[in-house]
Design a protein around this ligand. Structure first.
Ligand SMILES: [Zn+2]
Ligand SMILES: [Zn+2]
Length: 277
């Protein structure tokens, strides 16, 4: 009886091993299938435009954040989704209405939080997350457009269009001219078109792999100086008790270190939110 008892699980193991093998083969086949699906979208050399686009850092406009190659048939939402700025993921920026319990709307592949590009005299607003046609609450360009109209005597007020209404080849663009990308309430990036040319033999020839990222800045985010465990969310200066300036604090250490049980500060210091550098 004992023997059978011990054999059975072994058989089961063998069976599950077979199953695993089958599963592996299946996933291999699936992988090959997706690869061949990707290969079903080959691009023809000399018949597609390639746009090289640079995005600069929010607080250091002289420093590159990312650089991409996009196809002339792609549009600004493809660029918006490819863009990675940490502000889209910190301080609940990835959630609907920036509320802690809100639905997640920003992922690495798609970013639906309110944003716009300002190109020429037009605000290209991301409307993919718009609930109704009358919903202008999520249009960060509205107050700026209104401000321009109220204060300027121009006969050419700024226009508003949907971010995905025109492809890059339909947009009127100037090389090396600073345009603006705005998102997460006040995070602003300079955007420049560095180059426009025809697709060549050395370019990526698979349509589904665009936008191609050719440069990406590596972020640094310090841990809390006190516990050295959690990522810092505050940075203090002139904080004599800490012994460092600047000094980094996580959410858990910041309160107990700086305030007494009644919530009064125990010393003088300057503090700013910290998202990394
Ligand atoms: Zn940003
Ligand atoms: Zn800490």
């Amino acid at each position: 009886m004992q023997a059978t008892e011990t054999i059975e699980p072994e058989d089961e193991n063998k069976h599950s091993a077979k199953k695993k093998k089958k599963k592996k083969e299946k996933s291999k086949k699936k992988k090959i299938a997706t690869e061949s699906m990707e290969e079903n979208h080959p691009l023809t050399i000399g018949q597609e435009l390639i746009f090289t686009i640079s995005i600069y850092q929010a607080n250091k406009p002289s420093k590159l954040l990312q650089e991409f190659q996009l196809l002339g048939s792609q549009n600004l939402t493809d660029l918006r989704d490819a863009l990675y700025c940490r502000m889209d993921f910190t301080a609940h920026g990835d959630r609907q209405g920036r509320q802690p319990e809100g639905q997640i709307i920003n992922t690495i592949r798609q970013k639906l939080s309110a944003s716009f590009f300002y190109i020429g005299n037009t605000f290209y607003v991301d409307e993919r997350n718009k609930m109704t046609d009358d919903d202008d609450d999520d249009d960060p360009s509205q107050s700026i457009r209104q401000w321009i109209v109220e204060r300027s005597t121009t006969t050419n007020p700024p226009e508003k269009k949907a971010m995905n209404c025109l492809s890059f080849s339909q947009l009127s663009l100037e090389l090396n001219h600073p345009y603006l990308f705005y998102h997460q309430q006040n995070c602003q990036h300079i955007v420049m078109i560095r180059d426009i040319r025809l697709l060549g033999a050395r370019d990526e020839l698979n349509r589904s792999r665009y936008p191609v990222t050719t440069y990406s800045w590596r972020y640094t985010r310090y841990k809390c100086t006190m516990c050295a465990v959690y990522p810092a969310v505050y940075v203090t200066t002139n904080d004599y008790l800490s012994g460092f300036s600047p000094c980094y604090f996580c959410d858990r250490c910041y309160g107990p270190f700086h305030f007494d049980s009644n919530g009064n500060p125990v010393s003088k210091f300057d503090v700013h939110p910290y998202h990394g550098s």
